[in-house]
Design a protein around this ligand. Structure first.
Ligand code: NAP
Length: 239
């Protein structure tokens, strides 16, 4: 991959324990395009859990310390966390399935957590030079693209995430005219999140391929893309 960054600095992957996040971190470590790449998750030594805002603040302080000690700037922030199904529930087929506990969980992980990541991590991005923040979203969060219905909570939580990304992109541009903030659609990827729903006939790609494509997109995105939902091929999708 040919680097587009003005100055290679630190890359941080939040959700580095997940299928896509782990593959992105591993490729960032291997390709050497950034001076350093680190992962954060509920399982890393500096652990961060969306149920505990203080843990997000501590993780951000850890990154700030690392930047200072290593004399590096945070040039790439990837948020690869997400939730679709689990003990608390499954995506809804009908409005009759709507459930408060499931809705709280899906909004906590897909919307509130990334919002708190914005609060604590976006101020760490440099005020000059190219820097990119990419938030893993999903095409099913697109209201314009919704032709099938179902998955109320997941769709709504990702639509809300897209609005947060758009809003943060505007604020980031005022702070640094070369900053870029995008929502990313990875396609259907073989991970624990998609496993039960990866029907035959869908183009299900391995996490390594998705990670490669997404890193290429994050390298290629330009100022016209900021605030947009961009898919793994670099196409802007409707909100
Ligand atoms: N896979 C697909 O087909 C697909 C399609 C469209 C969009 N996406 C999006 O892509 C992103 C990555 O998905 P994936 O397939 O890699 O999913 P995954 O393998 O299930 O990974 C999910 C990640 O989210 C983290 N997470 C869950 N709850 C958390 C919490 N309370 N606090 C902090 N972190 C939490 C997990 O951490 P733990 O390991 O600690 O649980 C894990 O790192 C998600 O935003 C997903 O919506 C995926």
């Amino acid at each position: 991959m040919v680097m587009n960054t003005v100055e290679a600095g630190l890359a941080v992957v939040i959700g580095s324990s997940g299928g896509i996040g782990a593959a992105m971190l591993s490729q960032l470590e291997d390709d050497g395009n950034y001076a350093q790449a680190i992962g954060l998750s509920r399982r890393t030594e500096t652990s961060m859990d969306y149920s505990d805002e203080a843990s997000i603040g501590k993780a951000a302080m850890h990154v700030a310390d690392l930047c200072e000690k290593s004399n590096l700037q945070l040039r790439l922030l990837i948020v690869a966390t997400g939730f679709l199904h689990g003990d608390v529930g499954q995506p809804e087929r009908s409005f009759t399935n709507l459930d408060s506990d499931y809705l709280h969980q899906v909004f906590k992980v897909n919307t509130l957590g990334p919002a708190l990541v914005m609060k604590h991590f976006l101020p760490l991005l440099p005020k000059t030079g190219r820097c990119v923040a990419g938030f893993l979203s999903a095409k099913v969060g697109s209201i314009g693209d919704n032709a099938l219905g179902g998955w109320y909570g997941y769709r709504a939580s990702k639509a809300a995430l897209n609005q947060l990304v758009k809003t943060a992109a505007i604020e980031m541009s005022r702070r640094n005219k070369d900053s870029i903030c995008v929502s990313l659609h990875p396609g259907t990827v073989a991970t624990a999140l998609s496993g039960p729903f990866a029907k035959t006939g869908l183009n299900v790609r391995p996490a390594s391929q998705a990670a490669h494509d997404l890193l290429q997109v994050l390298n290629d995105v330009n100022l016209l893309d900021t605030g947009c939902l961009v898919d793994y091929q670099g196409n802007r999708l409707p909100f």
